[in-house]
Design a protein around this ligand. Structure first.
Ligand code: FCB
Length: 462
């Protein structure tokens, strides 16, 4: 494509904003009729314990609870005023199912809906387009007790909940996502033992995954039937998986690992089938799938308008005939001292090009991307976050390159708007553009928020 300068500008309608989720930001975990979610429950039952899936690394679960978040419930007006002052034109949030239907099914809690009315109306009044996730992990505990995602009833429960939300917010919310990162709440939760409910049961995880896909299709169908306007999609974590060495076996292993983490969700959402090549090469998975799974998906399929990708980390993978997906992760090239996650901006571009090439009919949003830095207790240091400024700049540059390369990219959300609760690690990691004192809930813009403001207001990156 011809260009006459090195200026990197974004299209006028390109969405630039921040994201957060209900259980991580709202707080007010037991107020105004909200019931406990799975996340509330397992934070308590596993506090301070080594987790079944991460024993080797010796990582313990935090002893902190998601009860306060960043107190968005009480201070949403100030948070949204800050978003407006930042110049962002969108905000991604999730609705808490246990706040809206506390028993999971049945009676609607009007106070719950009223809270989201206030939030959404305030966003709209500030010219900020709400992007709403129906489910970001906080399944009502009452439904977990009835079998949760592994229950064949899950699609019915989810459809009922989606109906309440769609009917209520029709005309106000135009961007909807069904679920966030099933590779975490299903694969890590049921197969790897690394996430609530900390189980290691492959068969159950594949059944739960199938149920989640069917639930997702139900919500997409309902969205079309109700003639909602706007767009609907779902959010998956993408991990660019690079081969460990220059060997064809490693290349195949890397492809299998990418299929297991990403395409196993994204392909059904976009095209109505799993990546069968993965099942053919990994019979252990195929043999554990629910009977008739392919036909069941095909019959229920409803295509998305877009897919959201959450990009944080890369992976390198080697062939390993004895490992479950015949692949094993090896050290990446990008580990940095003091940072929990590797930082590799070009991995975002690789991911977006992957979407262009593998999902050409589907619009893409970067629904999450962000840097966590440890909670040092030193406010000045945490607010002078040059490392996050350069993180943002480099990732924004990759977005621009992706647009130039023909990626059908609609927008970008930085994770997260303000320092909040992080699953498994509590308040120990800070991702926010706004610094939050977790005792008093005093807020302060970090240097990165002032930088984000320049990019958002000018719709360009320097
Ligand atoms: C993603 C989650 C989000 C947040 C970030 C850091 O996997 O979607 O809730 O915790 O990681």
């Amino acid at each position: 494509m011809y260009r006459d300068s090195f200026t990197m500008t974004f299209p006028d309608d390109f969405l630039i904003g921040t994201a957060n989720s209900a259980f991580q930001s709202e707080g007010a975990a037991d107020r105004d009729g909200k019931s406990p979610s799975m996340m509330d429950h397992f934070a308590r039952t596993h506090a301070g314990q080594f987790l079944p899936g991460i024993v080797k690394k010796g990582i313990r679960m935090t002893e902190e609870f998601p009860d306060d978040g960043c107190c968005f419930y009480d201070h949403f007006e100030e948070f949204i005023d800050d978003m407006k002052a930042t110049g962002q034109n969108t905000y991604r949030l999730s609705l808490a199912w246990p706040r809206i239907i506390p028993d999971g099914t049945g009676a609607v809690n009007e106070q719950g809906l009223a809270f989201y009315d206030r939030v959404i109306d305030k966003l709209l009044a500030c010219g900020i387009e709400p992007f709403v996730d129906l489910l970001h992990w906080d399944l009502p505990m009452a439904l977990y007790e009835r079998g949760g995602y592994a229950s064949r009833e899950f699609p019915d429960w989810f459809e009922q909940y989606a109906k309440v939300c769609f009917a209520h917010f029709k005309g106000r919310v135009r961007l909807w996502s069904t679920v966030n990162e099933p590779c975490v709440f299903i694969t890590s939760g049921y197969a790897d033992g690394r996430f609530p409910p900390f189980e290691k049961d492959l068969r159950k995880s594949l059944l739960a995954g199938q149920n989640v896909l069917l639930a997702h299709y139900r919500a997409v169908k309902l969205f079309r039937e109700l003639d909602m306007g706007g767009k609907i999609g779902a959010v998956n974590a993408i991990i660019p998986v690079y081969p460990a060495d220059f060997r064809p076996e490693d290349m195949d292993a890397a492809r299998r690992q990418a299929q297991l983490r990403f395409d196993i969700w994204a392909e059904p959402m976009a095209y109505g089938h799993y990546p069968e090549q993965f099942f053919d090469e990994c019979p252990m998975y195929k043999n554990a799938m629910p009977e008739g799974y392919a036909q069941e998906l095909k019959d229920a399929f409803a295509p998305v308008d877009f897919l959201g990708i959450n990009y944080y980390v890369t992976s390198r993978t080697a062939d390993d005939p004895d490992a479950p997906a015949r692949s094993k992760r090896v050290q990446t090239f990008y580990t940095q001292p003091g940072l929990k996650n590797d930082v590799y901006p070009a991995g975002l571009l690789d991911s977006l090009l992957y979407m262009r090439d593998h999902y050409p009919d589907v619009e893409v949003f970067v629904t999450e991307n962000g840097l966590c830095t440890p909670n040092t207790g030193d406010e000045e240091e945490e607010c002078n976050d040059d490392v996050r400024v350069s993180y943002l700049r480099e990732h924004f540059r990759m977005l621009w390159r992706a647009l130039q390369s023909g990626v059908n990219l609609g927008g970008y959300y930085y994770w997260n708007d303000a320092d909040s609760y992080e699953q498994l690690s509590g308040y120990d990691q800070r991702f926010g553009l706004t610094w939050v004192d977790h005792k008093t809930f005093r807020r302060r813009w970090k240097k990165s928020r002032y930088y984000f403001q320049k990019v958002a207001q000018n719709h360009m990156v320097d």
